[in-house]
Write a protein that binds this ligand. Structure first.
Ligand code: OOB
Length: 583
């Protein structure tokens, strides 16, 4: 096992269909504020009106905007510490003022309601005030993950036609300003680049500061943020999350986790990820009046001292990192006694590892099976041990509707495995600007096809059994198969490429590039160097290369991936495992 490699890789972690085009104003009769003109972000699919009204009547949606929520929290929790990053700490009032000043600074630089901004930040304090500043203006953060590189960044920036890009100067040995230069030269909509740290030729984020002004409150039913999807087999789609639905997401998660003003949440995984941001994550912690502590990386070197010094009570990890923490906790003398709940999710946590968490880390375990598209399943604090060990939790909301269906979309018999379909008050009804794709991934009556194979126990808990979608879940990081294959096909001597997942005890799955070369075969390091040059994120690089003369195919010419996987498994049995990271 190579613990340090794991840490390095994993850290990298609206029924009106409106056509794309100019924003379309229409009269919205039901609003808490008053009857008024309302403009919705185009390219988004909404909940049917009657259902939206029901969600409001039943209190799932409270007609709050995320920007106003921080004002409320500042009133409620005042001088309590909201945020800790390095040696610095901010009270709720200070965080609220910072967001106000930042909103004015951004507005002075031309940022307006419904502008999209690409935000690619590691776990820095600035992330939270920035998001709240944008929520207050009604501008929309598009949350890229820190390991995203040219390939994803150009795609997301182009898809959302972002007007600005917010980034750090350098992070994890990578100069993000180089990425900004390329993005600015290729995406004409980008007018501004705001850099945390040394701005070079760009605008310093620190200069975004002005006397607070009040902005018109955005509509709570409008899009607050856009999250990249790990579901899709190709480049990421964008998931529109509204103020109403997102607030409910983190409120309901915070209740299930029992968060309160004494909760101290460590942001170990990237804060821009749905799990870390809102399940309950940083936002759920702020809602409860607790303290959010930023960790520069999820590695025990960074997190264990913080758990000790900041008396952390709750955090979230993906399974490979949970393994790493357990291994390290057995080796080093660290005081983790304040930790009462470790959430593990993003990929399946096997039973043996689940049992070990409580024994080694001496804290409660919660399995989390969620998705950036919405649905969150959590085991409950009071669940019996076997439910916590053997299941991936149950939906956090009574209003979550789930179906488990066979290939013909018929409900399977109770307890049988099938594809999970879901809809509810915080599960989106469509990806942003993806009319055709939405027709495939959402049913006519609004269920989202998760692509996950699950079975349900009588108590409602779900067990994840596999996947029907072509995404490799590499320890929680989702590797889109088709995207990587397309990059490989650009290599001069690659004739055919198929990327498959191989079972792996630590990561759950690792990636294997199966390649048919014409002429000279490349080596794995050569292919990796090539993919890096094409701006492919590190976590998508293949772990292993297997050469083929030709691929097994169906009568229709489709590659038989299961056969490829069997063949590779057969070959591996004959020789020792050899992954790119040496594991
Ligand atoms: C979380 O969100 P995403 O959007 O990165 O990935 C969602 C997908 C799910 O559809 C499923 O395929 C997989 O990740 N997944 C799990 C899992 N949790 C997520 N597969 C097996 N077991 C689990 N516990 O990964 C995410 C979002 C919110 C909370 C937790 C995870």
């Amino acid at each position: 096992m190579a613990p340090r490699n794991v840490a390095a890789n994993a850290s990298g972690l609206l029924s009106t269909e409106l056509a794309s085009g100019p924003d379309i104003p229409y009269y919205r009769l039901k609003s808490r504020i008053s009857v008024r003109w309302w403009v919705v972000l185009t390219g988004c699919v909404g909940w049917p009106d009657e259902l939206a009204a029901r969600y409001r009547d039943l209190g799932y949606w409270r007609s709050e905007t995320l920007g106003d929520l921080l004002h409320e929290w500042a009133e409620l929790y005042g001088d309590a510490i909201a945020l800790v990053a390095g040696p610095k700490r901010w009270s709720y009032r200070q965080l609220d003022e910072w967001a106000d000043r930042l909103a004015s600074g951004l507005h002075r630089r031309g940022i307006r309601s419904r502008d999209r901004l690409l935000v690619q930040l590691p776990n820095l304090a600035e992330f939270l005030p920035l998001c709240f500043a944008l929520f207050r203006i009604g501008a929309i953060p598009v949350l890229a993950l820190p390991p995203h590189r040219e390939s994803e960044i150009l795609h997301l920036a182009g898809l959302a036609e972002v007007v600005a890009y917010v980034l750090p100067d350098r992070h994890a040995g990578f100069d993000h300003r180089d990425l900004a230069r390329r993005a600015r030269s290729q995406i004409p909509s980008i007018r501004e680049v705001f850099v945390i740290g040394d701005p070079a030729e760009f605008t310093a984020f620190a200069d975004l500061d002005d006397d607070p002004v009040r902005f018109p409150t955005p509509d709570p039913a409008d899009v607050a943020l856009l999250l990249p999807s790990g579901r899709t087999t190709n480049l990421p789609k964008l998931i529109p999350r509204t103020h109403d639905d997102y607030a409910y997401n983190f409120r309901a998660s915070a209740v299930v986790c029992g968060l309160n003003p004494a909760s101290r949440y460590l942001v170990a995984l990237p804060i821009a990820h749905q799990f870390t941001l809102a399940c309950p994550g940083a936002l759920g912690t702020l809602h409860a009046g607790g303290t959010v502590v930023m960790a520069p990386s999820p590695s025990p070197d960074d997190t264990f001292p913080l758990i000790e010094s900041e008396r952390i009570t709750i955090t979230a990890l993906v399974p490979p990192l949970a393994h790493l923490w357990m291994d390290m906790a057995e080796l080093v003398d660290a005081d983790l006694s304040s930790l009462s709940l470790l959430q593990v999710g993003g990929a399946k946590l096997e039973r043996e590892a689940a049992c070990r968490v409580r024994a080694v880390l001496r804290c409660g375990l919660q399995q989390a099976f969620g998705m950036s598209e919405g649905l969150v399943n959590l085991t409950r604090l009071e669940d019996p041990d076997d439910v916590i060990n053997d299941t991936q939790g149950r939906p956090i909301s009574d209003a979550d509707e789930i179906r488990i269906v066979d290939a013909a979309d018929h409900d399977v018999a109770e307890g049988q495995t099938g594809e999970l379909l879901t809809r509810g008050p915080y599960t989106v009804r469509g990806y942003y600007r993806q009319k055709e794709y939405n027709d495939c991934v959402f049913t006519d009556n609004g269920y989202y096809r998760t692509g996950d194979l699950v079975r349900q126990l009588p108590g409602g808990h779900l067990v994840v059994e596999g996947r029907v979608k072509d995404v490799i879940n590499r320890g929680g990081e989702k590797v889109p198969v088709v995207e990587v294959e397309n990059h490989l096909l650009h290599y001069p001597s690659v004739d055919e490429a198929a990327v498959i997942g191989l079972p792996d005890t630590l990561m759950g799955e690792r990636t294997c590039a199966c390649v048919v070369f014409r002429g000279d075969a490349a080596t794995l390091p050569e292919l990796i160097a090539f993919l890096r040059k094409r701006g492919v994120a590190a976590f998508k690089l293949p772990d292993r290369l297997e050469l083929f003369d030709s691929f097994p195919r169906t009568e229709l010419g489709r590659i038989r991936r299961e056969r490829l996987a069997d063949e590779v498994a057969h070959r591996i049995r004959g020789r020792p495992q050899q992954f790119a990271d040496g594991a």
